[in-house]
Design a protein around this ligand. Structure first.
Ligand code: GTP
Ligand code: SPV
Ligand code: MN
Length: 610
C-alpha cells in the first residue's frame, strides 16, 4: 500500500489508541491517512460503546428504537433500497495468479485492484469516524459505519481482549470497510449512507486482506463473516490442513440420552438457521445449536473432525420466521437485537411476512410507506434480517464456545430442489460425499442481489464464499478425507426439504419434522439405521424413516424417496459441463465418481426398461 502522510491542516483526532501491536498501529495510521476520517476510535467491545452506537444510529435517522417492553434494547433499521443483500457481481478474489481464483470467482490483478481501491478509499471517510474493531480469531476491521460496529458487537467477540491476544507482533487479517459516502462539510447525512453507483468487495488471499467499498449491508460489510471467516479462512484452511465451511453445527440427543453432532451446508436462505435450532417433532429427541452459518473444522487429538462456530451471533433471515416454524429464533431475538428491512408496527415492534397468522392491520413497510394487508406488496424485504446474540438462543449448546469444538458424526449437504433430488441420500464414502458436495445445485434466493428461483450449481454451498480455485477446494476435501482413518470420518448425506408437487406445494413438512431425517442419520452413524443401495447412494430402507404421528400421503413419501433415474440421466450433461469447468484442476477421484454414477444410472435404466 502506498505510504500516506496526513495533511498538516487535517490533524487526526485519535481518541484512544489501544494496541501495542506495531503492525496494527502502522496499518491504522496509514488507513486513516488515506481515508481522512474526522477521528479514529478504537472499539473496546463494552456495553457502553454498544449503547453509544445505538444512540448515534437513532440520532442519524438510521435506526428507530423499538418499544422497550416488546423489544428491550433493540433497534429497527431500514437500508437504502439499493443496498439490501450480498452483491456477488462485485465480489473479487485478487490472487496473484488468475488461475488461483478459479472459474467461479471474479478475478482482478491485485496491484491493479489496489490502485483502483486506493483511489476510491482516498478521502472516503471525510466527515465520518473511523472505527477500529478487533475481532477474535483474529482479524481487525476498520469501518466508518456505526451500524457495522453495533452489528459486529453482536456477531463476534470484539474489543480489548482481542488486542491482548494479538500481542506486540501477532498476525491478523486486515479488513478495511467504507460505506463509500464521504460527507462534505455541513452537509446532511443520509439515513443509510452507501455508494449506490460503485461497490467492490475485494479479497487478497495471499496477504490476508479484505477491502470492501460502497455497501453497508450484511455479508458485504460485516467483514468478519463471509469475507474473513469463509473466503480468507478457506485459503488459510487449505494451507494449514483444515476446513472453513458455510455450515451450521448442531447437537442432537436421542431419547436414551446419546448425543451426536452434525454440520450442514445449505446455500444462503436454504434452512441452516432453522435446522440449527429446531424443535424436533419426534418425542424425546432434542436439538441444540452450536452455530447457524459457519463452521471451522479441524482434526482433534482423537482423530475426529471437530467443529467450532467462529461467530457469536446470528444474522438470520426474518421473513418466514414464526412461532410455528422457528420459535427458538423468535425467542432469541426478543431483546438486544438489530432488525433490518422489516416492517414496523404502530406500537413500536417489528413485523415480517408469516411472523403471525394474520398481519397487523397497519404497518410502515421497509420502504417507509404505509402498508395494509392485501395491498399486494410484502411489508418486509425478502432478505430482511435479525442480528441477535447466539447466547440468547434457548437451545444453545453448553458446548457452543468450547475452543476444542464438537466432534462431527455427520455432514449434510442440501439445497432448494423442486424436483429430482430425494429427501435424503447417504454417500457411499468420503470421496462420494465430496462428489455429492461438488455437484450440489439449488434455486437462488434473496440473500444475494439478482434473480430468485434460478437453478444453479452451488458446490458445498460455497459458490459465493470459496476464496480460491474450486477445483483445488475439491482436492482439499479429498486430501482431508485421505489423511484420516475412514472409520473416524463423518458420514456424508445429501438432503432436500424443498421437493414440490406439480402444483408447487412442498411435499415435505420440513422444520421440526426434519428431525425424522436427522434420526435416520443418527441411527446410520450408530450402525443401526437400515438403508437400501441405489444408483445415487443409500436411501432409507422401507420403514426406516420414522413417520410416526405424521400425516403425509403415501404417494408423497414415495415421491420424496424415489430415485428418479430419468431425471438424473437428464441432468448428467449439465453435471458434466459443470465439473468440466474445473479442468484441469478437477481431481481424478471426482472424474471417477462421475463415471461411476453414469454407469450405475445406465444399468438402472436398462433394468427398468426390461
Ligand atoms: P442464510 O442466513 O442466508 O445463510 O440462510 P439459512 O440457510 O440460515 O436459511 P434459514 O434457516 O434462515 O431459512 C431461509 C428460509 O427458508 C426461511 O424463509 C425459512 O422459513 C425457510 N425454510 C427453512 N427450513 C425450511 C424447511 O424445512 N422447509 C421449508 N419449506 N422451508 C424452510
Ligand atoms: C448468506 O447470504 O449466506 C448470509 C447472509 O448468511 S450474509 O451475511 O449477508 O452473507
Ligand atoms: Mn449464510
Amino acid at each position: 500500500m502506498a505510504r500516506f502522510t496526513l495533511p498538516k491542516r487535517h490533524r487526526l483526532i485519535e481518541t484512544n489508541r489501544m494496541t501495542e501491536n506495531r503492525k496494527l498501529e502502522v496499518w491504522v495510521q496509514e488507513t486513516a491517512a488515506m481515508c481522512q476520517p474526522e477521528r479514529v476510535v478504537w472499539c473496546d467491545g463494552s456495553d457502553h460503546e454498544y449503547q453509544l452506537m445505538l444512540r448515534l444510529l437513532v440520532q442519524a435517522g438510521t435506526a428507530i428504537r423499538l418499544d422497550g417492553e416488546r423489544r428491550p434494547n433493540s433497534i429497527f433499521v431500514r437500508s437504502d433500497p439499493a443496498d439490501v443483500a450480498r452483491v456477488e457481481e462485485f465480489i473479487f478474489i485478487c490472487s496473484r495468479q488468475q488461475g488461483d481464483a478459479g472459474p467461479t470467482n471474479h478475478w482482478r490483478d491485485p496491484a491493479e485492484m489496489k490502485r483502483t481501491l486506493t483511489q476510491l478509499f482516498s478521502g472516503a471517510m471525510k466527515g465520518r469516524t473511523l472505527y477500529v474493531i478487533p475481532i477474535a480469531k483474529v482479524g481487525v476491521q476498520v469501518t466508518d459505519s456505526p451500524y457495522v460496529v453495533a452489528s459486529m458487537h453482536i456477531m463476534a467477540r470484539v474489543g480489548a481482549p482481542v488486542l491482548e491476544a494479538l500481542g506486540p507482533d501477532g498476525e491478523f487479517v486486515r479488513g478495511l470497510h467504507s460505506v463509500g459516502a464521504p460527507l462534505a462539510e455541513h452537509a446532511a447525512d443520509s439515513p443509510w449512507p452507501c455508494n449506490t453507483g460503485t461497490k467492490y468487495i475485494c479479497h487478497f488471499p495471499e496477504t490476508r486482506e479484505i477491502w470492501s467499498f460502497g455497501s453497508g449491508y450484511g455479508g458485504n460489510a460485516l467483514l468478519g463473516k463471509k469475507c474473513h471467516a469463509l473466503r480468507i479462512a478457506s485459503v488459510q484452511a487449505r494451507d494449514e490442513g483444515w476446513l472453513a465451511e458455510h455450515m451450521l453445527i448442531l447437537g442432537i440427543t436421542n431419547p436414551e440420552g446419546r448425543k451426536a453432532y452434525m454440520a450442514a451446508a445449505f446455500p444462503s436462505a436454504c434452512g441452516k438457521t432453522n435446522l440449527a435450532m429446531m424443535n424436533p417433532t419426534l418425542p424425546g429427541w432434542r436439538v441444540e445449536t452450536i452455530g447457524d452459518d459457519i463452521a471451522w473444522m479441524k482434526f482433534g487429538a482423537d482423530g475426529r473432525l471437530h467443529a467450532i462456530n467462529p461467530e457469536a451471533g446470528f444474522f438470520g433471515v426474518a421473513p418466514g420466521t414464526s412461532m410455528r416454524s422457528n420459535p427458538n429464533a423468535l425467542r432469541t431475538c426478543r431483546e438486544n437485537s438489530i432488525f433490518t428491512n422489516c416492517a414496523i408496527t404502530p406500537d413500536g415492534d417489528v413485523w415480517w411476512e408469516e411472523m403471525t397468522e394474520a398481519p397487523p392491520p397497519e404497518l410502515v413497510d421497509w420502504l417507509r410507506r404505509p402498508w395494509a394487508p392485501g395491498n399486494g406488496r410484502t411489508a418486509a424485504h425478502p432478505n430482511a434480517r435479525f442480528t441477535t446474540p447466539a447466547r440468547q438462543c434457548p437451545v444453545i449448546s453448553p458446548e457452543w464456545e468450547n475452543p476444542k469444538g464438537v466432534p462431527i458424526s455427520a455432514i449434510l449437504f442440501g439445497g432448494r430442489r423442486a424436483g429430482v433430488v430425494p429427501l435424503v441420500n447417504e454417500a457411499l464414502d468420503w470421496r462420494h460425499g465430496t462428489f455429492l458436495g461438488s455437484i450440489m445445485s439449488s434455486e437462488t434466493t434473496a440473500a444475494a442481489a439478482g434473480a430468485v428461483g434460478r437453478l444453479r450449481f452451488d458446490p458445498f454451498a460455497m459458490l459465493p464464499f470459496c476464496g480460491y480455485h474450486m477445483g483445488d477446494y475439491f482436492a482439499h476435501w479429498l486430501r482431508i478425507g485421505a489423511s484420516a482413518d475412514p472409520a473416524q470420518l463423518p458420514r456424508i448425506y445429501h438432503v432436500n426439504w424443498f421437493r414440490k408437487d406439480p402444483d408447487g406445494r412442498f411435499l415435505w413438512p420440513g422444520y421440526g419434522d426434519n428431525s425424522r431425517v436427522l434420526k435416520w442419520i443418527f441411527e446410520r452413524t450408530e450402525g443401526t439405521g437400515k438403508a437400501v443401495e441405489t444408483p445415487i447412494g443409500r436411501l432409507p430402507a422401507p420403514g426406516a424413516l420414522d413417520l410416526s404421528g405424521l400425516r403425509i400421503p403415501d404417494s408423497s413419501m414415495a415421491e420424496l424417496l424415489r430415485v428418479d433415474v430419468e431425471g438424473w440421466m437428464a441432468e448428467l450433461p449439465a453435471i458434466k459441463s459443470h465439473l468440466a469447468r474445473f479442468e484441469p484442476r478437477l481431481p481424478q477421484g471426482l472424474r471417477e465418481d462421475l463415471a461411476a454414477l453414469e454407469q450405475r444410472l445406465q444399468k438402472a435404466a436398462v433394468a427398468a426398461g426390461r
